[in-house]
Design a protein around this ligand. Structure first.
Ligand code: FES
Ligand code: FES
Length: 172
């Protein structure tokens, strides 16, 4: 961490050195203490899959995985990710092989404009990892932090249901 003094001589912290693993790649960066993870991803690392819908934790378009758990990147400071393992929508596929949820979203037409889709996908990956999903209503409830202005909810739930019932079998 480095520090600067402002005009009144009060010390203010200019940047923090952080390291994390992002989509399998090690990253080491200096970040300002107020930089959000979403801005870091989009504006410095050119990973623009994660979307800035509201920037207030209300839409879920910015959802990414931090240590396997879904979080709103707009509400997460980059400095909080020091030492973490991060996955964004860009890291879900393995080479040319789509993640089963990506394949299922295509198969079930689970998007229209696609703006919410990266967040929906990362949230669904986190949901699957949480387990204990009993019904479509469970999926709806636990995906309720991800809004879709196109109203593709029925198809999104169908895609997630298919992957729950037959992991790895969805093909577009
Ligand atoms: S942009 Fe983060 S929740 Fe809307
Ligand atoms: S597909 Fe358009 S906002 Fe969800």
């Amino acid at each position: 961490m480095s520090a600067l003094s402002n005009r009144t001589g009060v010390e203010c912290y200019a940047s923090h050195s952080i390291q994390f693993t992002l989509n399998g790649q090690q990253q080491a960066l200096d970040v300002l203490p107020w930089t959000t993870l979403l801005d870091l991803l989009r504006e410095r690392l050119d990973l623009i899959g994660s979307k800035k819908g509201c920037d207030h934790g209300q839409c879920g378009a910015c959802t990414v995985l931090v240590n396997g758990k879904r979080v709103n990147a707009c509400l997460t400071l980059a400095v909080m990710c020091d030492g973490a393992t991060l996955t964004t929508v860009e890291g879900l596929a393995s080479g040319d092989a789509l993640h089963p949820l990506q394949a299922a979203f295509i198969k079930h037409d689970a998007f229209q404009c696609g703006y919410c889709t990266p967040g929906q996908l990362c949230s669904a990956v986190g949901l699957l990892a949480e387990g204990q999903i009993g019904s479509a209503d469970d999926i709806r409830e636990r995906m309720s932090g991800n809004l879709c202005r196109c109203g593709a909810y029925g198809n999104i739930v169908a895609a997630i249901e298919e992957v729950i019932q037959a992991p790895g079998e969805a093909t577009p």
